[in-house]
Design a protein around this ligand. Structure first.
Ligand code: SAH
Ligand code: SF4
Ligand code: F3S
Length: 558
């Protein structure tokens, strides 16, 4: 496996940089002897083959054909703009950690940036369009800044998906780095300094950035994302993620625990474990695609790949993580319904610091559509899981993702989705109109045959039903007392505070001093405090209440 990664890296060294103007390492071939001689002279004074393979000696940050000084940032200011899912937020922290070590500085002001890096998303056409538009604005900035030229980089899923278009169409883009190539950023930026476009979008079978401590910069400093696995093997027929992020691989448990211990020492009160398939985490060996169709799992779920055996599983990880700090909330995102064995559900039920919120992305309520989506479950299998979850964790709050207007979706399929939303009763939902993505199974094999207006109408109907149900589920919390982790001032009013319940619902409540536990004195409320809040009213999206007292995570970790 290690050799494969080295081979990947080696290939990237040989393929790059991409020529923009005068080539630095190779010359166009002509038949003249002079040209050949020139070429030889250039080669003899340029890097040797061993220089490219220098990495094989071990230090993965070292590129022998570029001197260490050349790779230094020299206090140049980097501005990041992050789009897409939480994985991208965490990847930004990893990319920044790598550049910081090379002496770059970070700026929050795009106008003073020397390097602008967009961390991009390809999940739907709209997500990509937002980034194309932003790129036009940034290119205009670059054209104006002649004295201290700006370097523009496209990172993340679009870099992977649209490498050719980006490099050929967008001549002002200097670097492209796919999700597995962030270690290479300093080198890519150095190559870009020589006025070359530089690109590394190779996917790796084992990159987990396990040894890179991300520089956490959550919008509120008491919560942090910790990436535990990368990639996805599920190959849902509509989804681009397996193509942009590559094969599923898990980060070693020891490095995850080390990072969370460090976060606990820094006073972080909430950690969200991240992965595209977070609950299929397994710290071990390889798995292979199964030629003979779907692999059967427990509860009637199936996968298109052969499942891994042995090793530390998600329940083992969750168990260890929850023992680090009983006063630190643990969440995880985004799980797949196929990977919820009873031990995971019982663990969530038992541990007071594992939040009783489960994201169960359904995508559709129709078995026919689910089969076409290659989700590996039917409506019945999904509803059975919901029943089991509710039995084992009675006060659980559920959220989900749905896609309206997938290939071949009939009015009846759509009605089944509406009825599933009503039957389950989610607190929160993420609903999307289907957006066809090249490379996917659906693109090659299915017809995107639901007209745009119909997709939009069905989406609106799903949103309406979702809101009605969320309002019903949330109003059941009125008069209850919820333990809220305070995020800070409410966006709407500085007189109010905002925080989240264990179930991940937003709660707004007036800013006032409240009693400290077991003391008669009261104290102001700060971000990062646990507060008991009595819920007085609700909407489909949030709760309102009144603070009762300071508190901590109740119960002890068993
Ligand atoms: N790995 C996660 C989330 C992946 S992307 C999971 O499986 O739950 C987040 C959501 O985007 C998906 O759950 C799906 O609802 C939506 N999505 C993915 N591809 C899409 C597409 N082509 N069109 C519309 N929505 C899509
Ligand atoms: Fe995409 Fe499916 Fe993987 Fe989620 S599980 S990332 S929807 S392929
Ligand atoms: Fe988007 Fe890539 Fe995340 S496509 S949703 S940024 S994995």
């Amino acid at each position: 496996m290690k050799n494969l990664r080295r081979l990947n890296c080696l290939i990237s060294r040989i393929l790059l940089p991409v020529r923009r103007s005068e080539p630095r390492y190779c010359s166009s071939v002509t038949n003249s002897v002079t040209a050949t001689n020139n070429f030889k002279t250039r080669l003899s004074s340029g890097p040797r083959f061993q220089d490219f393979t220098g990495e094989v000696t071990g230090d993965s940050d070292k590129h022998c054909y570029l001197s260490a000084e050349l790779e230094m940032g020299n206090s140049r200011k980097v501005y990041f703009e992050t789009y897409g899912c939480q994985m991208n937020v965490n990847d930004t922290e990893i990319a920044w950690s790598i550049l910081q070590r090379k002496g770059y500085q970070r700026t929050a002001n795009v106008n003073e940036a020397d390097v602008i890096l967009l961390v991009t998303c390809s999940i739907r056409e709209k997500a990509e369009q937002t980034i194309w538009n932003r790129l036009q604005q940034i290119k205009a900035m670059k054209k104006k800044r002649l004295k201290s030229p700006i370097k523009i980089g496209i990172l993340g899923c679009m870099a992977e998906r649209l490498k050719t278009e980006l490099l050929e169409r967008e001549k002002l883009v200097d670097i492209l780095a796919g999700p597995d190539a962030y270690r290479d950023l300093p080198r890519l930026l150095t190559v870009a300094d020589g006025d070359h476009q530089a690109c590394n979008v190779l996917l790796s079978l084992e990159e987990t950035y396990a040894d890179i401590m991300p520089v956490h910069r959550a919008s509120y400093g008491h919560s942090a994302f910790v990436s535990i696995m990368r990639g996805c093997d599920n190959m849902c027929s509509y989804c681009i993620v397996p193509f942009t992020r590559g094969r599923e691989r898990s980060r070693p448990i020891s490095s995850i625990l080390e990072e969370i211990r460090m976060l606990s020492d820094q006073g972080v009160k909430e950690v969200t474990l991240l992965g595209q398939n977070v609950n299929s985490y397994r710290d071990t060996s390889e798995e292979q695609f199964c030629d003979s169709g779907l692999t059967k799992l427990s509860r009637g779920f199936k996968t298109v790949y052969r499942t891994k055996q042995g090793g530390m599983r998600f329940s083992d990880l969750l168990d260890s993580v929850s023992c680090i700090d009983p006063n630190m909330r643990i969440r995880f995102m985004s799980p797949h319904p196929k990977d919820f064995p009873d031990e995971v559900l019982h663990l969530i039920a038992e541990r007071s610091n594992i939040c009783k919120h489960i994201h169960l992305p359904a995508q559709s309520g129709s078995s026919q559509i689910l089969t076409r989506m290659r989700r590996g479950y039917t409506r019945e299998t999904y509803l059975d899981l919901v029943d089991t979850v509710k039995k084992i964790i009675p006060d659980v709050s559920l959220s989900s993702d749905f896609i309206s207007g997938f290939c071949g979706e009939t009015e009846d399929d759509h009605q089944q989705t509406l009825s599933l939303i009503k039957e389950v009763g989610y607190n929160v939902g993420f609903l999307f109109a289907y957006s066809m993505r090249k490379k996917t199974h659906a693109y090659h094999r299915l017809q995107d045959d639901v007209p745009v207006e119909v997709k939009q109408r069905r989406l609106q109907e799903c949103i309406i039903v979702f809101r009605e149900e969320a309002l019903r589920v949330n109003s059941a919390l009125i008069n209850s007392t919820q333990l809220v982790l305070v995020e800070g001032e409410s966006k709407r009013s500085a007189k109010d505070l905002c925080g989240r319940t264990d179930g991940n619902l937003k709660v707004i409540f007036p800013k006032e001093d409240v009693a400290l536990p077991a003391e008669s004195t009261s104290a102001p409320i700060n971000a990062g405090d646990y507060i008991l809040v009595k819920i007085l009213s609700s909407s489909s999206q949030s709760l309102r209440g009144r603070a009762i007292s300071h508190s901590s995570l109740r119960g002890t970790v068993k």
